[in-house]
Design a protein around this ligand. Structure first.
Ligand SMILES: Cc1cc2nc3c(=O)[nH]c(=O)nc-3n(C[C@H](O)[C@H](O)[C@H](O)COP(=O)(O)O)c2cc1C
Length: 179
């Protein structure tokens, strides 16, 4: 059985972020042959300035991305957009292709989230990441669906399980019947 590694990125650096709860739920749903590693250092990444040599936190971020067979992003929407810390970290990868052809799963978990969800899809297209519609999920009204650090809504749990199953298929085949 081939082991695959997923790197999880939480778009919110808030301590009790719902997006973090989503990632923890995802880990419980993954099959045993998938290794999950969280990248939780977005706050250390300096503002993108296109300098020649990457600062250390950016090198660390890119080193973690390098070992990923797939990347799982779970993020809220802030002010009708992608949270600044996440967008900034992704900006550092535009010129260096760290997401190039990497399978990505995207969950936007927010009060509404429509705009950030759409925006993230444009960003991931700019990064030439491999993002299929089946590997995306918008969860609105997230606060009412999370309780005591767990996803408490059955429909949302089922949607997450379907997303995980589809994403694992993408990792194993690097192509999925997605349209
Ligand atoms: C500064 C700020 C801006 C927000 N803007 C939006 C927004 O534009 N759209 C939306 O759906 N929710 C917005 N929210 C609400 C978040 O979706 C909600 O608080 C969510 O639970 C935050 O995610 P988190 O728990 O992962 O931090 C905003 C929250 C904050 C704190």
């Amino acid at each position: 059985m081939e082991v695959k590694t997923i790197i999880g990125i939480c778009g919110s650096i808030r301590q009790h972020s719902s997006s973090h709860v989503i990632l923890e739920e995802i880990v419980r749903m993954l099959p045993a042959e998938i290794v999950f590693e969280a990248y939780d250092n977005l706050a250390s990444v300096p503002a993108f300035d296109d300098r020649e040599e990457d600062p250390e936190p950016v090198k660390d971020f890119k080193a973690i991305l390098k070992k990923a067979d797939g990347i799982f992003i779970s993020s809220p929407e802030y002010a009708f957009g992608v949270p600044g810390a996440l967008k900034n970290a992704l900006d550092w990868t535009v010129g260096t292709g760290d997401f190039f052809h990497k399978p990505v799963a995207l969950v936007t978990a927010s009060s509404q989230g429509v705009k950030a969800h759409e925006s993230m899809q444009y960003i991931l297209a700019a990064l030439a990441a491999e993002l299929y519609p089946k590997n995306t999920l918008l969860i609105s009204n997230i606060r009412s669906k999370v309780k005591d650090g767990r996803v408490a809504d059955d429909e949302t749990r089922q949607a997450l399980q379907a997303l995980v199953t589809s994403f694992v298929t993408s990792l194993k085949t690097k192509s999925v019947d997605s349209f």
